[in-house]
Write a protein that binds this ligand. Structure first.
Ligand SMILES: [Zn+2]
Ligand SMILES: [Zn+2]
Length: 219
């Protein structure tokens, strides 16, 4: 089996690539600036242990994950405005629905448009959004189904499950909407200047606002 790239990078300490160095962390999660950021402020909320998706997360970690997510969203909102969360949730490794990273990660992205509307042309014709939270993601995972999960606004979640979901669908929808349709694939378009801008502005934020940050989350 191929070694998981995220697990390798999280274990690499100082020698990890800069986009895989945590900006914030909690006992079981880290926030990484996302390689391939189509907009500034794009973070990945990543599990420190290897899980295929958040549908596979143990119940014991849900509360911590939600607290950490809320913390990250409040920082992003202060810097960039309203935040959207989404996950490409593969049922197992190498499914096309995944975005090429088979390790649980929730995308947190400042967006000023309706992502459900933008992603709909990319979905199979008979797919349907259902109101959902982490429990429904766990249920989908338990049934062996691939899913897409979307929270916009934060706290209002919905899920699509389907066996024919394409790759990087939310990334495709965002790229299309912002006018860089061909640049959705993070493997081809790393968008490093945008990644660096996120790192610098959130680091600044950490330095300037350190006393108001919850100390347990400062990496
Ligand atoms: Zn992993
Ligand atoms: Zn993803």
């Amino acid at each position: 089996m191929k070694r998981c790239k995220i697990c390798t990078e999280l274990g690499a300490g100082d020698s990890a690539n800069i986009w895989n160095k945590p900006l914030f962390e909690s006992p079981n999660f880290v926030a990484l600036p996302s390689l391939g950021s189509l907009v500034e402020g794009w973070l990945l909320l990543v599990s420190k242990t290897h899980l295929i998706s958040y549908g596979a997360m143990p119940d014991a970690q849900i509360e911590e994950m939600n607290e950490f997510k809320d913390f990250l969203c409040s920082i992003l909102k202060q810097c960039y405005g309203p935040v959207t969360a989404f996950e490409h949730g593969p049922s197992m490794a190498s499914r096309s629905v995944g975005c090429g990273v088979d390790h649980a990660h929730l995308h947190l992205v400042p967006l000023a448009f309706d992502l459900e509307a933008e992603v709909s042309p990319f979905l199979p014709a008979n797919s349907r959004w259902i109101e959902a939270g982490i429990k429904e993601c766990q249920d989908a995972h338990g049934r062996g189904e691939d899913y897409l999960y979307l929270e916009q606004p934060i706290g209002i979640g919905r899920i699509v499950t389907h066996d024919a979901l394409g790759s990087q669908l939310f990334r495709r929808a965002i790229a299309m909407r912002i006018g860089v349709r061909d640049q959705y694939n993070w493997r081809e378009y790393e968008h490093l200047p945008t990644v660096m801008a996120t790192i610098l502005s959130l680091r600044d934020r950490t330095a300037i606002g350190a006393s108001s940050l919850q100390p347990e989350f400062v990496a």
